[in-house]
Write a protein that binds this ligand. Structure first.
Ligand SMILES: [Cu+2]
Length: 161
């Protein structure tokens, strides 16, 4: 019996199961290392404060107030986020394409929690902030990607000139 022939097979099996575990769907949380809408800001540098409220209306809509923010290229904005609604909401600042893709992922994994430089999830009554540097010109989007919320109106534009 040659034990040396068995060892590499066992090792390969171990590597395969480890990779499968890492790639398993439904893993809560994920990181976003690249950002489409600019870059995480520097809280020590000056920033203009923009308050954004998240809420539901009596007729079933879900909104950001305001739903449009304008910035100059290079400007830093401190988004002061307030969930004044009755359910969880999130604020995810990204390109329209990336938010659309991310929304599909959220449909498969609705409990995905966000606490990223460009996105936060807030419980009712919760507040948070995001300091963001709009280093690129373009039209970006802030959206709530919790299933059903985007479709109920929960998205806004960030226009950077
Ligand atoms: Cu929402």
């Amino acid at each position: 019996m040659d034990h040396r022939a068995i060892a590499p097979v066992a090792l390969t099996g171990l590597i395969v199961s480890a990779s499968l575990a890492l790639a398993a769907p439904g893993t809560p949380g994920h990181s976003h290392k690249t950002f489409a809408a600019g870059a995480p800001g520097d809280p020590k540098k000056p920033a203009r404060t923009v308050e954004v409220m998240m809420k539901e209306t009596d007729d079933g809509k879900m909104l950001f107030v305001p739903d449009q923010v304008e910035a100059k290229r290079g400007e830093q904005i401190r988004f002061l986020l307030k969930n004044v609604g009755k359910v969880d909401h999130e604020f995810m600042l990204d390109s329209l394409e990336r938010n659309a893709k991310h929304k599909m992922e959220m449909q498969k994994n609705p409990d995905m929690e966000h606490d990223d430089p460009n996105g936060k999830r807030l419980a009712p009554g919760g507040t948070s902030e995001i300091v963001w540097r709009f280093s690129k010109a373009g039209i970006f989007e802030f959206a709530c990607l919790i299933p059903g919320h985007y479709e109920s109106g929960m998205h806004g534009k960030a226009v950077v000139k």
